[in-house]
Design a protein around this ligand. Sequence first.
Ligand code: GDP
Length: 301
Amino acid sequence: MITVLSGGTGTPKLLQGLKEIVDPKDLTIIVNTLENNYFSGVYVSADVDTVLYTMADMINDEFWYGVKGDTFITNQRLEELGCPELLRIGDIDRATKIQKTQLMEKYGLSKAVEIQAGNMGIESRIIPMSDEQSDIKIITDIGELEFHDFLIKHHAQPEVLDLKFSNVSPAEGIIDSIRNSQAVIIGPSNPITSISPILSLEGVRDALKETYVVAVSPIIGSDSVSGPASKFMNALDIDVSSVGVASLYEDFLDNIVIDCKDYDKKSQLNQIVNKVTVTNTIMNNLGDKKNLAQIIIDSIP
Ligand code: GDP
C-alpha cells in the first residue's frame, strides 16, 4: 500500500502516472480540504474533486479544475439572472457537487467522497483530510482575505504577509493508512496551503516518522512551477527552493526528489535528508508522469 498526500494541481499530475504503474487498489490518497466552502449553494471541495476526476479519467487537465469537456449552461443562466458565480462551476461538475453536498450533510465528507469514488468506478481510496470545516484567512497588503477571494477575485496578486488556519481533526483512517503503508509520497503540491494543513492534523507527523516518506519538490530553482506557493513561502520566511521545501519536512523526510536543474543543491540537501533523487520533475505529458512515478516507486526500499 502506498499513501499519497495531495493538493489540487501538482500531485494530481503525478497520480495520472502512478495509477498507470501501481495497482489503483494499492493507492490511498489523502487530500487537502483547507479551502473547502459553500459556493452557489453547493459544497466545494476543490482538491478532492480534482483527485476524484483525475482517478476517474475525467479531469480537465488544462486547468486542473472541473470535468473535461463540461458545459456551463447553469453558470451562464446564473449570470443572466444577475447572480454571477465566484467559482465558475460546469454542469457535470455541479452534479457531483450537488450530490456531495447532500451526502455530506447526511453522512459527513469522507463517507460522501467514498460513495462518490465508488460511483465513479475508482478503486483507490480517497480520504479528505478532515470532516471538519477549516477556516483560512490570508493576511495581505490589502487586508485579510478569504482564500478564494485572494485566489480568484484578486488573482493571487496581493502581497502575502501571513496566513492563519484553524486546527481540525483528521478524518478516520488517515493515521492508520500512513502507518500501514510501505511508503508515503508527498506530491509536488503547495507546501503551505496544501501539504501543511495535512501535516498539522494531530498524529500525522508522528505517523510519518514511522514510515518511509518521499517528497517531490514543487519548487524548481527559486520559483514554483505554477501557482502562488513561492508567495506563501516568502511570507513565512521559508527559502523558496527545494532546500526550503525539505526543511519543512525535515523531521520525517527520507528522500527528496528534485529536478535536474537543482543538481547544485544536492549536497546542501544531503545535510537535511538521507537520500536525494535527481531527475526530471516537470510533468508535461503522460510519459513524464509515468517516468517520475516509476523513479519514485523504484526509490522505495
Ligand atoms: P493547488 O491546490 O492548485 O495549489 O495545487 P497543489 O497544491 O497540488 O500544487 C501546486 C504546486 O504544484 C505548485 O507549487 C507547483 O509548483 C507544483 N507543480 C505543478 N506542476 C508541477 C510539475 O509538473 N512538477 C513539479 N515539480 N511541480 C509542479
